[in-house]
Design a protein around this ligand. Structure first.
Ligand code: 2RA
Length: 329
């Protein structure tokens, strides 16, 4: 397969290269793509050095698949150009996620929707992926009425500039700011930009994408997204109210049997998910599962995942693997 990585020098692009190699995705030709200032740089892939090219050059190469992580503007402009040439685009930006004609895919939940005609496929937001992977089996068995989620998000979700800001602040160095305030020893209730309703785009992604992926607009979702000075992954405190009652034993058993989910839930021995454990892994970790004693048919849980892996690069590569396995590319 001729595979283009658009945004190859960014944090997600770098993890995409790593995951493609780890999973031995059959890449015959790798086309690393980045902005003009990075053209000519080299990336190592499967032991070979590959030169970074610009979008025009990559388009002319007619890749079979293009994995995008280069921001919404680039995706809006270039994904259709690649698709028109027959390339299947899997895009990590928010540009296409809510487009009615574009499928929003977490392979373990809804890859079956994909067809060979899907030439632009949207990868959901990282904080959505880890939450819906846990919610999907619970929704199918107990029907979710409402979700209240608070996130504690890694600075790697913002990118290299944020990582540099935290490192500078910890070293006492004044440098470029990715955030409006210091992130060291702080928590910012501000992920992405604010919308007219007082929520951030990040919070509304959790609302809108969850309903689209679970294919149920009746699921009520409300979210608060917070940035914290950690780098291993996103954590989420999730409260779920169901139509039907449940036993915690059945909930835990169902999650144990869910592909891509690992239960870490034994407070007797201080076992629960944490970013320092999830970092570098592809699973979504869930724990602290307990009844919400203030409301019938409701529970609380804590969900953690590496936002650069299952939250972005790995989910993207898994979509590509599904397409290949089912001869849809
Ligand atoms: C963030 N989910 O964490 C967003 C984009 N990666 O900033």
């Amino acid at each position: 397969m001729k595979v283009a990585i658009v945004g190859a020098t960014g944090m997600v692009g770098q993890v995409m290269l790593q995951v493609l190699q780890e999973r031995q995705f059959p890449v015959s030709t790798l086309i690393p793509v980045a902005s003009e200032k990075s053209v000519g740089k080299e990336v190592l892939f499967n032991g070979k050095s590959c030169k970074v090219v610009n979008l025009e050059t990559a388009l002319a190469e007619k890749p079979d698949i293009a994995l995008f992580s280069a921001g919404g503007e680039t995706s809006k402009l270039w994904a259709p150009k690649f698709a028109a040439r027959g390339t299947t685009v899997i895009d990590n930006s928010s540009a296409w996620r809510m487009d009615q004609a574009v499928k929003l895919i977490v392979p373990e939940i809804n890859a079956h929707l994909l067809t060979a005609q899907d030439k632009i496929i949207a990868n959901p937001n990282c904080s959505t992926i880890q939450m819906v992977l846990v919610l999907a089996p619970l929704h199918h068995k107990y029907r979710i009425k409402r979700v209240v989620v608070s996130t504690y998000q890694s600075i790697t979700g913002t990118g290299l500039k944020a990582v540099q800001q935290l490192e500078n602040e910890m070293a006492g160095i004044q440098g470029a700011m990715a955030y409006p305030y210091p992130i060291h020893k702080n928590a910012l209730p501000h992920c992405d930009v604010f919308e007219d309703n007082g929520y951030t785009k990040e919070e509304m992604k959790l609302v809108r994408e969850t309903q689209k992926i679970l294919n149920d607009a009746s699921i009520a979702v409300t979210a608060t997204a917070v940035r914290i000075p950690t780098s291993g992954g996103h954590s989420e405190s999730v409260n779920v109210a169901f139509e039907n009652d449940f036993t915690l034993t059945d909930i835990r058993q169902l999650l144990k049997e869910t592909e891509g989910v690992i239960l870490q839930d034994n407070t007797d021995v201080n076992t629960y998910p944490m970013p320092i454990y999830a970092q570098g892994k592809d699973a979504v970790f869930v724990g602290r599962i307990r009844r919400d004693e203030s409301q019938a048919n409701s529970l609380n849980m804590w969900i953690v995942a590496d936002n650069l892996r299952k939250g972005a690069a790995t989910n993207t590569v898994q979509i590509a693997e599904y397409l290949l396995k089912n001869t849809l590319v």
